[in-house]
Design a protein around this ligand. Structure first.
Ligand code: NAD
Length: 475
């Protein structure tokens, strides 16, 4: 933390206005490794002010559903109108190619539009001579929303859109690696939303801890690592705050013996390397029958070698740098560990020297990696993919299910019904067949086991920001 000068590229939004910047955090451009901007470091008093504003705004925001729908549509329009500007900020702090960053802004708008239009019916569960019994969904109050650095805006709107639609108000904290795009979005929404409905604060992990223990927060919606998720759950417990946890994954792609390796290679590759592998539900390991192993590895290696890696601002770049130094070092460490254990890198295998200090890593395909190697058993969250041959499908499914993670998984087969049968045996939140990472606003997304609690998206995601209330009228 730097004490002076306390000027930041974007300001925090508290009670519909710019909050004063007292101290700042440095923000690094991962394409250069250099500090390019500062973000405010929220004080405890400012966090109190943000929650107080959220509590005040909640009293009126919760009342008028039609006004909320209209406001969400206006938010979507405001984001779309400034998508290029927001995208440029996102690329600068996150590293992803500009086209992907702009797409992320549009994803946020799509989620707002989806939730604006979603019908939440009052459910009548009894209507007879004894009485009329209805279940209605009531909002919870101020929500503490905490997001990671891989998809700062997509994940922010997975929370903001359903939370607001349901009648809650929000205090959001982005990752200290990627605070600016969220702050900019909140600046833009000041002109659209009533004061206090969305408050955006930035700071380090300590700020996250203050949020999860803040008495005004009635719900914590957290996306991040398993380790932090457990701290969040523990912090929520003394006050019985409601929690949704979207945590890490170690998704397996299981290729069946009737799949065509060359036909599926591109889709498997991009399911693993999208956003440089920094996706919770990316393919993080591939299991392939021995007979298909060499063909699939060759086809994946071809894909990996053809990818254009470079600064996200450069035209035609497909993958940018890894987002931050610790993550860049971790990916390097996991790949080095596999190579030291006898693995072969058929593509990549090391950082990519583009002549500067950016966190570039060559897209890496590893073979000769056994279960029990760190890169197979742990979440690498980066551009390196182990391919593991198998003989016994049932044993492979059992092995995958024996792990602690359970976010997603996919099965690849020439026979979609057979694929679906195997996929339905995976202990995961989403089991895909001949695809992976296919998501949409109406499709619930969440993890089994250590990959999370609760889901986001669709009506189920909205219900997570509500509690059922029974209205029972006697006759
Ligand atoms: P992280 O857990 O380190 O940090 C996430 C956020 O939590 C940050 O804003 C951070 O400042 C904050 N934080 C840190 N400690 C905290 C604490 N004790 N209390 C409250 N907040 C705290 O995760 P990360 O490294 O930013 O993100 C990568 C992880 O996120 C990966 O494991 C990835 O799989 C996971 N992820 C999951 C999903 C999903 O939907 N399941 C989506 C994206 C990323």
């Amino acid at each position: 933390m730097t004490q002076a000068p306390a000027t930041a590229a974007h300001t925090m939004t508290i009670d519909g206005a710019a909050a004063e910047t007292h101290a700042v955090l440095d923000v690094v451009d991962p394409a250069t490794g250099a500090v390019f901007a500062q973000a405010p470091d929220c004080t405890r008093d400012q966090l109190d002010a943000a929650f107080a504003a959220a509590e005040r705004a909640y009293r009126t925001w919760r009342v008028d559903e039609d006004a909320r729908r209209t406001a969400l549509r206006a938010c979507a329009a405001a984001l779309v109108a400034r998508a290029a500007e927001i995208g440029a900020v996102l690329t600068a702090e996150q590293g992803k190619p500009l086209a992907d960053a702009i797409r992320e802004v549009h994803t946020g708008a799509a989620w707002l539009t989806y939730y604006a239009g979603l019908e939440v019916p009052r459910e009548v569960i009894q209507d007879d001579e004894r009485g009329l019994v209805e279940v209605v969904r009531r909002p919870l109050g101020p929500v503490a929303a905490i997001t990671p650095w891989n998809y700062p805006l997509t994940l922010a709107f997975w929370k903001i859109a359903p939370a607001l639609r349901a009648g809650n108000t929000v205090v959001i904290k982005p990752s200290p690696y990627t605070p600016l795009s969220t702050l900019l979005v909140a600046e833009i929404l000041r002109d659209v939303l009533p004061a206090g409905v969305v408050n955006a604060v930035s700071g380090g992990d300590e700020l996250g801890r203050w949020m999860t223990s803040h008495p005004a927060a009635r719900k914590i919606s957290f996306t991040g690592s398993v380790a932090t998720g457990k701290h969040v759950a523990a912090a929520a417990a003394p006050d019985l705050k409601r929690v949704t946890l979207e945590l890490g994954g170690n998704d397996a792609a299981i290729v069946l013996d009737d799949a065509d390796p060359t036909a599926i290679a591109s889709r498997v590759f991009w399911s693993a390397f999208q956003n440089n592998g920094q996706v919770c539900a990316a393919v993080k390991r591939v299991y392939v029958p021995e007979a298909l192993h060499d063909d699939l590895v060759e086809a994946l290696a071809e894909q990996a070698k053809a990818v254009r890696v470079g600064p996200g601002t450069q035209e035609g770049v497909q993958l940018g740098p890894v987002n931050n130094r610790p993550q860049y070092e971790r990916v390097g460490e996991l790949v080095a560990d596999a190579l030291a254990g006898g693995a072969t890198a058929v593509a990549g295998g090391a950082p990519l020297d583009l002549g500067g200090d950016g966190y570039f890593f060559a897209p890496t395909i590893l073979t000769g990696v056994a279960d029990g190697t760190r890169i197979v058993d742990e979440e690498q969250f980066g551009p390196a993919l182990p391919v593991i041959p198998y003989r016994d499908l049932d044993a492979t499914v059992e092995h995958v299910n024996a792990g602690r993670f359970g976010l997603g998984g996919s099965v690849w087969s020439g026979d979609p019904d057979r694929g679906a049968e195997v996929a339905s045996r995976l202990d995961v939140g989403t089991a895909w067949v001949n695809t992976h990472l296919a998501l949409g606003p109406g499709q619930p997304f969440g993890g089994a086991k250590w990959s999370g609690i609760g889901v986001e998206n669709g009506p189920w995601g909205l219900y997570g920001f509500t509690e059922p209330r029974v209205l029972h009228r006697a006759r």
